[in-house]
Design a protein around this ligand. Sequence first.
Ligand code: OAD
Ligand code: ZN
Length: 246
Amino acid sequence: DGVNRLGDMIAGAKVIVPFTGAGISTETGIPDFRSPGGLWTRNRPIHFDEFVASQDARDEAWRRRFAMQETFAAARPGRGHHALASLYRAGKIPAVITQNIDNLHQDSGFAADHVIELHGNTTYARCIGCGQRYELDWVHRRFQTGGAAPDCPECAEPVKTATVSFGQAMPEAEMRRATELAQHCDLFLAIGSSLVVWPAAGFPLMAKQAGAQLAIINREPTDQDDVADLVIRFDIGEVLGPFVRN
Ligand code: OAD
Ligand code: ZN
């Protein structure tokens, strides 16, 4: 069946590049975006232009982030993360490309430099003007004492989670490195993503066109199932659990 074929593909591949979405983290308690109960079924996303233009939008964005803080802080890597970390330690995975912002690949043992974060990281904040880093505790304290989302003390521009919002530019170095990885692997694994958000969703296709085999593991059908060599529509933890090595 599909899981046996995946095992053969993983065993036969020299260079495997995983590309992950929110579905790899749902078993850790963090909701995804587009499943029933997902974040975008509850709240519409706040566009970057709104965030820049409106204090109300910034306050709302930070209220939403603080409301998720216990969930993010409590989340530990799941079976999917541990399986990828095992293949990384075994030398089969050079780096992981992720759309996730939850830091769980780093927490599972990937060196920070080997996690290509296409959409940034929500466990800290940055000034959108000068790029200065701020910790969430600092933002929270300033929000509490000032009653509003704080601006950067250095340059007075807004402070935002270090994530990429709709309407915000993609990080250039990460896009370059993801392109290199997609073009130089023999197996590309798309895991837990609906593959609808571009340009991130272009990487599976890019890998396939460069000659890699493409396997998709996702509970729901994705936009790119028809180009994949293998599609496994099942729970990620169940499928990847057997690849965890201590
Ligand atoms: P989505 O919510 O669009 O897709 C997650 C997919 O994972 C869904 O198709 C689910 O069926 C599947 N899934 C969830 N839990 C699973 C499990 N345990 N086993 C198997 N499949 C499971 O999330 P992404 O594709 O990551 O961007 O979303 C892409 C981008 O859209 C995000 O990075 C974010 C969002 O807007 C930004 O914020 C810029
Ligand atoms: Zn600044």
